[in-house]
Design a protein. Structure first.
Length: 303
């Protein structure tokens, strides 16, 4: 990872390191002028050493459309904890003073470029790679609620590339969406142990865990009655949030978990915030509920 000497501040000030004290000026205020990518990293993180040079190259090539700020979480852990960063590398894009998008894991350069284009110009991912295009189509189908079509495409990708983690993770998500949790577990078990921490797999595993939690809950109506009878019953509100998520009602899920954070941040060892972070991972960094939820959570934590 390029951290020494002149690498700390790149040409034209596009790339720099920050601290807890400098975060507001370097990220929050600066993002009101142009998007700022925050690279959360640590010296011991091998994937970070792969990702950071790619981020630096892409940001330099963007010629001022975006800036890169790097934060060593070992030396400056307060901000990452407040934002719910639980694994690295993690990249969060700030726009107009708020988190707007992000991703986890060491993405290849082409995906980082696509991420930057969506962030700054709203362009789609570059064309030309049949597998990438197929995965993009499957992802879009899954987002649109067509899990069957998405599963078919993921399966076709796996026929050509049996070790494609994106396709494996996508297939897990399809099974979760259709309630086939046993098949989701079996598919997840096919992923090599050493690769389960990679971003798409970790997100699929989080989605499966959330679904399993929801399956153990009582009827939605009963949970709603409990919360209505006692708004301070945080456990009932927490359970209701998970049940709502199982019904695809993400906005209400976020509302209830944020309500717990507002009322009692320390409840259940910061359980509501931790559950939100897991949901954001399960939904994916570009999901509207994730983007909005992170923004609202940050507003509470930084208030």
């Amino acid at each position: 990872m390029l951290q020494d000497g002149g690498a700390a501040v790149a040409a034209d000030g596009l790339i720099k390191d920050t601290t807890t004290q400098g975060f507001v000026a370097d990220v929050i205020e600066e993002s009101r002028r142009q998007p700022v990518l925050v690279d959360f990293w640590a010296p011991w993180c091998q994937p970070c050493k792969q990702l950071t040079p790619i981020l630096e190259k892409v940001v330099k090539a963007a010629r001022g459309r975006v800036k890169l700020v790097k934060m060593n979480i070992d030396e400056h852990g307060a901000i990452p904890r407040q934002m719910g960063i639980q694994s690295i590398p993690a990249v969060i894009a700030f726009v107009d003073g708020r988190p707007a998008d992000g991703f986890m894991g060491a993405l290849p350069e082409s995906q980082v470029v696509a991420f930057l284009d969506r962030l700054t110009r709203g362009r789609a991912a570059p064309e030309g790679d049949p597998v990438a295009e197929a995965l993009e189509a499957a992802d879009a189908a899954l987002v649109d609620g067509d899990a069957a079509s998405a599963a078919q495409i993921y399966a076709e990708v796996l026929q050509h590339d049996p070790e494609n983690l994106h396709a494996m993770a996508g297939l897990v998500r399809c099974y979760v969406e259709t309630g086939a949790l046993d098949q989701a577990r079996q598919t997840l078990a096919m992923v090599p142990e050493g690769k389960r921490a990679q971003a798409p797999v970790a997100a699929a595993a989080a989605a499966l865990e959330v679904a399993e939690q929801a399956a153990a809950l009582g009827p939605l109506v009963e949970l709603e009655k409990k919360v209505a009878a006692d708004p301070l019953d945080h456990q009932a509100r927490y359970d209701l949030a998970l049940a709502l998520n199982a019904k695809g009602r993400k906005g209400e899920t976020v509302d209830h978990l944020l309500e717990i954070v507002r009322r009692d941040r320390k409840w259940n060892d910061d359980g509501a915030r931790k559950q939100l972070v897991q949901l954001f991972e399960a939904w994916g960094p570009t999901d509207e509920a994730t983007v909005s939820g992170r923004r609202r959570l940050s507003s509470i934590l930084f208030a």
